[in-house]
Design a protein around this ligand. Structure first.
Ligand code: SER
Length: 320
């Protein structure tokens, strides 16, 4: 059966790159990009079907599924961690009620669903180093709470209703196409823009805050590989630890200096985002993803920095 895919959150950091990636694999006409209140990128609108939907409106969402004859949803629409602390009620509404609607409509239309979870699904009493796949999950941010609840809900819909919902716990995603918005790992993207444009960056996290990160091409690969995986080989579903490397701001600054020697980093700590980062793992163990569906990143830390500097410099030069 031909795949008919709908992507929510298509104007976001991951969605804006996942749509062209999926269109490349499954055909332009088979991938519907759905945004909400942010306009979709022109290239996305010009290369295939696109639409707008509020996932909190179940009737509106069901209507789109029917209209485009969808059999798979990549549900990326969400509020990130720092924005979630500014407006916890909105984070709950979009991340939980939105997800609930996507799962409920799947009971009727039987589409598979990719649901991203996050390193945020862990909390301060989770083992910090080599965080296991199955461990204590008592997050303290509203974003993290919605992610754990989402993982459980997605597993529940699989067991109870046979809704094929799968997910990964993404680490911080580094990319040069669409900047992230309102996350705690955003420093690892901002630093590249500032290093290239102004040769300096003021970081809102402490120099030694270790967090898992991944380059966008690997994040896209992970999502599609998981959705294409043989369901009978999956012991877990929601959600798999996946990581590429674990770094801190000072390590990232040193690596960038290899390309931009004048680059200077200084620090002005934001207590909210520092508190969130301190409650997350330093490094995750992703061996279950490796064993169950063959996860393996292509980019290590130095390869990511090299590619980011090259691609972002070219992009910023073109925009000038
Ligand atoms: N990148 C996200 C954030 O920082 C974590 O999933 O909120």
């Amino acid at each position: 059966m031909a795949k008919r895919i709908l992507v929510t959150g298509a104007a976001g950091q991951i969605g804006s790159e996942l749509v062209p990636f999926l269109r490349n694999i499954y055909g332009n006409d088979n991938v519907v990009a759905c945004g909400h209140n942010k306009p979709l990128p022109v290239e996305i609108v010009n290369t295939g079907p696109s639409d707008y939907v509020d996932v909190r409106n179940v009737a509106e969402f069901a209507e789109k599924i029917k209209k485009y004859d969808i059999n798979m949803v990549y549900h990326l629409a969400a509020i990130l961690s720092a924005s979630g602390e500014k407006n916890p009620q909105l984070a709950w509404d979009i991340n939980i009620n939105g997800l609930y609607n996507v799962l409920e409509v799947a009971r009727e239309y039987h589409y598979g669903i990719f649901i991203p979870s996050s390193i945020a699904a862990f909390g301060p009493n989770t083992p910090k180093v080599n965080t296991p796949q199955d461990t204590i999950q008592r997050p303290t941010s509203m974003y993290g709470i919605t992610k754990v609840a989402g993982e459980l809900l997605a597993d529940y819909y699989w067991k109870k209703y046979g809704v094929d919902a799968r997910g990964v716990r993404y680490p911080g995603i580094i990319s040069y196409v669409t900047p992230p918005g309102g996350g705690t790992t955003d420093y690892a993207v901002e630093i590249f823009y500032e290093a290239i444009l102004h040769k300096r960056y003021t970081c809102f996290l402490k120099h030694d805050t270790m967090l898992d990160m991944m380059y966008m091409p690997d994040a896209l690969k992970a999502s599609v590989q998981l959705m294409e995986a043989d369901p009978y080989k999956l012991k877990h579903r929601n959600a798999f630890n996946v990581t590429s490397f674990s770094i801190n701001p000072s390590m990232l600054a040193e690596e960038i200096k290899k390309y931009i020697p004048e680059f200077v980093i200084d620090y002005e700590i934001d207590p909210v985002r520092q508190g969130i980062a301190d409650s997350w793992p330093d490094s995750m163990d992703d061996s279950c993803a490796r064993q169950e569906w063959g996860w393996k990143p292509d980019y290590d830390f130095p390869a990511m920095v090299k590619d980011m500097i090259e691609k972002l410099s070219a992009k910023l030069l073109k925009d000038k």
